[in-house]
Design a protein around this ligand. Structure first.
Ligand code: ASP
Length: 305
């Protein structure tokens, strides 16, 4: 069955090109007002055990635009039998009897894979704790390509919480397929876990880890800004100390190339100044919109196999 659980699974240039082509086609057809029927008669369940705005709603909009129907839980943690202690394995087994596909977000790393082990329908990982968020990663790579016209030869600077940033964890296996340079800017405490650094080294991708942003700004083709992930901190004091580590504002942009883009999975909670929203380099709202079309492509891919 074609579950989508990790970024590694999508890290194939041919597959990515196909998905990107499909996403672009869906965008073109959507803009012409075409109504699609690829998912006619299909039901997709969205089980979200953690909050979400963009991921859940763009998945649901994607299903509706494909002509399918949605069974939705925006608060599966409080409003499903999980609260009585039912396991994710049992929930997935049952829900897969009602739905042709299940999109799951859950706070525990590995939980979506466990759900997939009992599900009778394809399962899509919409974020499992600090582990992975493959569909966000794919739409981010799509956005980078679309904005820059290609990724080979580019430098991608990631700022923020690399310890807990699940999107970055899913994106690295995709980015290593390109001739990119990666610069990781974070406080020492929030550095990328070793396993991902080993992946970069193994793939011969040049990368640097730095604490201070200013000196690398001029090199960036993409400045990817991630939030410090409050909900992942066991120590509120540590969060308070680190939460305002970086701010991307007009001054930041003034030190960047005119051709660079600023991206973010969002939400932003203080790390991106809204005063830069009108700068053409601010690509995060376009990125969020791309999510709709990339998720349409991924839904079709998961259903087809
Ligand atoms: N929306 C992304 C995620 O769910 C990033 C974030 O929450 O900051 O991982």
């Amino acid at each position: 069955m074609n579950h989508i659980l990790t970024g590694k699974q999508l890290a194939d240039r041919k597959l990515m090109e196909e998905l990107f082509k499909t996403a672009q086609e869906f965008e073109n057809r959507d803009k012409k007002g075409e109504v699609l029927d690829v998912f006619k008669g299909k039901i997709v369940a969205t089980l979200f055990f953690e909050p979400s705005t963009r991921t859940r709603l763009s998945f649901e909009a994607a299903v509706l635009k494909l002509g399918g129907q949605v069974l939705s839980t925006e608060n599966a943690a409080g409003a499903s039998t999980a609260i009585k202690g039912e396991t994710i394995e049992d929930i997935a087994r049952i829900v897969s009897g009602y739905a042709d596909m299940i999109v799951i977000r859950h706070p525990e790393a590995g939980s979506v894979e466990r759900a997939a082990s009992t599900s009778q329908s394809p399962v899509i990982n919409a974020g499992d704790g600090t582990h992975e968020h493959p569909t966000q990663a794919l739409l981010d790579v799509y956005t980078m390509q679309k904005e820059l016209g290609g990724l080979d030869g580019k430098t991608v600077v990631f700022i923020g919480d690399h310890r807990n940033g699940r999107t970055l964890h899913s994106m690295l296996p995709m980015l290593v397929l390109f001739k990119v340079k990666i610069i990781l800017v974070s406080p020492e405490e929030l550095r990328l876990p070793d396993e991902y650094k080993e992946m970069l080294t193994g793939a011969n991708v040049p990368f640097e880890e730095v604490v201070e942003l200013e000196s690398v700004l001029g090199e960036a083709d993409v400045l990817y800004v991630a939030r410090i992930m409050k909900e992942r901190f066991s120590s509120p004091e540590e969060y308070e100390r680190l939460k305002d580590s970086y701010l991307t504002n007009k001054d930041t942009l003034s030190k960047m190339k005119s051709t660079a883009v600023v991206m973010a999975a969002l939400p932003r909670v203080g790390e991106i100044d809204p005063n830069i929203d009108s700068d053409p380099r601010a690509a995060y709202f376009r990125e969020a919109k791309n999510g709709l079309y990339v998720r349409m492509a991924l839904l079709v891919y998961a259903l087809q196999k």
